[in-house]
Ligand binder design. Sequence first.
Ligand code: NDP
Ligand SMILES: O=C1OC[C@@H](O)[C@H](O)[C@H]1O
Length: 400
Amino acid sequence: MSKPTPIRWGIMATGGIARTFTKDLLIDPQTRGTTDILHQVTAVASSSSIESAKKFISENVTPRQNEDNPKCSAYGSYTDLVKDPAVDIIYVATPHSHHYQNVMLCLEANKAVLCEKAFTVNADQARILYKTAKQKNLFLMEAVWTRYFPLSISIRKRITSGDLGEVLRVNADLSIGLPPEENFPVSNRMINKDLAGGCLLDLGIYSLTWVFQTLYHTLPPNQRQPPKVKGVSMTPEPRTGADEMTTMLLEFPKSTPTSQTTAHAIATTALRVDDDPDNLDSAGPAIRIQGTKGEIQVYGPAYRPSKYTYIPCRNRDKGEKGNPEVSEFEFPGEGQGMYWEADEAARCWRDGKLESEAMSWEESTVIMDVMDEVRRQGGLEYPSEIESTEYPLDLKRRES
Ligand SMILES: NC(=O)C1=CN([C@@H]2O[C@H](COP(=O)(O)OP(=O)(O)OC[C@H]3O[C@@H](n4cnc5c(N)ncnc54)[C@H](OP(=O)(O)O)[C@@H]3O)[C@@H](O)[C@H]2O)C=CC1
Ligand SMILES: O=C1OC[C@@H](O)[C@H](O)[C@H]1O
């Protein structure tokens, strides 16, 4: 067996998801059957202080260091990180508001990037970043980790192989049951408009991920057409005005001349109500994917589901009952499951690809377009400096 290719990661920011991602990166890849690549964390940067980066390394990298993981440098600024020649790919784990500036900083320094969702604040920013990556021949990917789960791949395969017939309707919800005034101070990135807070960009993107990966991504690329946003209802959080509940009605055009109808999707997200109030799945599936020959029900949370049921349509003529089939999925190595997107990014980088097929630049931009339109109809505007495409811009530091 040939030796795995080492991929040297730089981590930009030391917050919650940077910790989770870094721990996942350093789980032995063989636990999930990955033998061709080996992740290393060679640098961490914090915009707060170098001490914060050092603390992050001692808590998250050093305990997992062995002969496969070389030295890890600490930086007190993102500008220093992007100059490090010992870094192949940078994982951007800052709030959405800062992705445009932070990703551009990496690209300008000729670094490949995996950037957390939501990719940017708006579609114009996304377009410019993807165009820059193309011009500079650099790998760039929006980190929608759920798309790389074996569960998601299995569901997409069922759809493309025709198990559901034509998919005509999708309902997808991600609602976390955390009343904002009890759970998030106004400075928190979940509701802080200066950090592009609100449930649409943070959580609704997962509902849209389910809509897109089942109704859009499963079509051949030349048949994919952006949906129309037919309706939006948005509730502002009383203190900050960021959205605390958003409901979207989308209509996808007929995918082929033989398609029976347009396809409909309802994507919902909320802070105050819960898609799984008792944590026992009593509320039923968070996602329903309905086709002419059957249905798939996915049990949430939409960002990290571990179970789905495939329900082929019964034969009405024969008076048969249905025969549902349950599929359950594990997260090997006691990880969160972020390593699958990291494996994909690493392989793409190793193979000289600029984008990942499962989260293409085009699809990521269409989803940003949809979220722009949802915000327009719902009346949610962010401060002009974080909507800006000007670069560089020194965004004011805000609590998250
Ligand atoms: N894929 C997933 O499951 C998840 C993804 N996310 C995404 O990851 C991103 C970060 O979320 P999360 O880690 O929860 O956020 P945190 O608030 O925990 O961390 C964000 C970090 O960004 C850095 N930062 C840089 N500039 C600012 C600023 N102006 N204000 C606040 N922080 C700043 C800080 O690190 P430092 O001081 O070290 O520079 C901070 O610790 C978001 O885009 C979010 O949507 C979040 C949770 C789960
Ligand atoms: O991406 C995410 O998934 C998990 C949620 O809890 C978190 O708020 C969000 O950013």
